[in-house]
Design a protein around this ligand. Structure first.
Ligand code: PLP
Length: 388
């Protein structure tokens, strides 16, 4: 493999895992759809490949590229979805382990834990992870894993990974970060001592809303857990198809460009919303008004392309805004080239703490002014229609 250690992110992301094929010189990587692999003339496996559930050349290429791309990463395992990657990491915990998770977190994982904690015999505690005093209090007692999501979904609380990791390690806990909202180019949890990172590669890695995927990535501290993650990946087979692995690799080539543009757009849109009379609050770590802006400025290379905001007029206006927008598609998910918006609380269902006047926005790579004009006009239209 070529040594790319000193290349910058913009260079690495184009070349990671992309050495031309030694036989044909093909610049674009091959897709290996084969489910099984022939042994050589001695009856041995060729380069370890036996059966695609265990390992596959396209998937291995993706895992290698991700490991190469993220400073501090030692290995990566690709899964069929971000949720599958997260579940594998969580299931490294032994029965009766104590797991701390953020109160504000991706609702799918919150729901998974609510139902499965009993079956997995885990003691799960939800805390305000962005509040270091709350973390300190919770970690007076031994814990096994601390799960961080920063910025959190959908309120965009920012957690100081370094400070939490220090406390967690002192209490005997491994630190895993759901870094879906902070792909390479936005933040790297390993810079701040985290042991494991999880990404839904459905989002920024893929970048085009046309695949499902997940990644579990380990730094030195997460290696014992990662061995079990790899075991679960290979034995359970919640893996991406070779085509999805290939699509992820293809999307990754433009990750730096997309992230740079989308993050700049998001800050512009957040500032436009903040200046709008019909908007009660805007949650985006790049705004100086964000309560953890200083932590974000230290910890993040860019402030991310996600934001949420609360509108005057309550849920009726919030429901209308996506319908009044022309450029923001009313759909769930994030991290694609196109901007998306959703009225979040109904998506999260009963039991959610998410305010009912909140809209979650994934900002894409369109023109910043077009996006800001469209969204502020949509708020105006929604307020007008609801007579608010
Ligand atoms: N983590 C976060 C923060 C997410 O936003 C999502 C999906 O929206 C996931 C995990 C789950 O990813 P997937 O849909 O690929 O399972």
């Amino acid at each position: 493999m070529t040594d790319r250690a000193n290349d910058s992110f913009f260079t690495k992301v184009v070349h990671a895992g992309l050495d031309p094929d030694p036989l044909s010189g093909a610049v674009a990587p091959a897709i290996h759809p084969s489910a099984t692999f022939a042994r050589d003339e001695h009856g041995d496996l060729r380069d370890g490949y036996e059966y695609t559930r265990s390992d596959n050349p396209t998937r291995r290429r993706l895992e290698g590229a991700v490991t190469e791309l993220i400073p501090g990463a030692l290995d990566a395992a690709a899964f069929a979805s971000g949720s599958a990657a997260a579940a594998a990491v969580l299931r490294t915990l032994k029965p009766h382990s104590r797991l701390l998770v953020p109160r504000d977190m991706y609702h799918g994982l919150r729901r998974l834990l609510e139902v499965e904690a009993e079956h997995w015999s885990l003691n799960v505690e939800r805390i305000a992870m962005h509040d270091i005093a709350a973390v300190q209090e919770a970690l007076r007692t031994k814990a096994d894993m601390v799960w961080i999501e920063t910025p959190s979904n959908p309120n965009l609380h920012v957690t100081d990974i370094e400070a939490v990791t220090e406390l967690a390690h002192a209490a005997g806990a491994t630190v895993a970060v759901d870094a879906t909202w902070t792909p390479p180019g936005v933040a790297n949890p390993f810079d701040w001592g985290a042991d494991l990172a999880v990404h839904s590669s459905t989002k920024y890695f893929g970048g085009h809303s046309d695949l499902l995927g997940g990644l579990a990535v380990t730094a030195t501290g997460g290696q014992p857990q990662f061995e079990r993650v790899r075991f679960l990946q290979r034995l359970e087979g919640a893996v991406p198809s070779p085509f999805d692995a290939w699509l992820t690799l293809r999307g990754m080539r433009t990750l730096a460009l997309r992230v740079e543009r989308a993050c700049a757009n998001a800050l512009h849109v957040a500032q436009a919303l903040e200046a709008h009379d019909g908007v009660l609050a805007v949650h985006h770590p790049g705004l100086t008004s964000h309560p953890q802006h200083a932590v974000a400025a230290r910890q993040m290379e860019r402030f991310g392309a996600m934001l949420s905001f609360q509108v005057k007029g309550g849920p009726a206006v919030a429901r209308q805004v996506p319908l009044s927008s022309r450029l923001f598609t009313a759909a769930t998910s994030l991290g694609g080239v196109e901007s998306l918006i959703e009225h979040r609380a109904p998506v999260e269902g009963p039991g959610t703490d998410t305010p009912h006047d909140l809209l979650r926005v994934s900002v894409g790579v369109e023109d910043a002014r077009d996006l800001a004009n469209d969204l502020t006009a949509a708020v105006d239209d929604a307020l007008h229609r609801q007579g608010a």
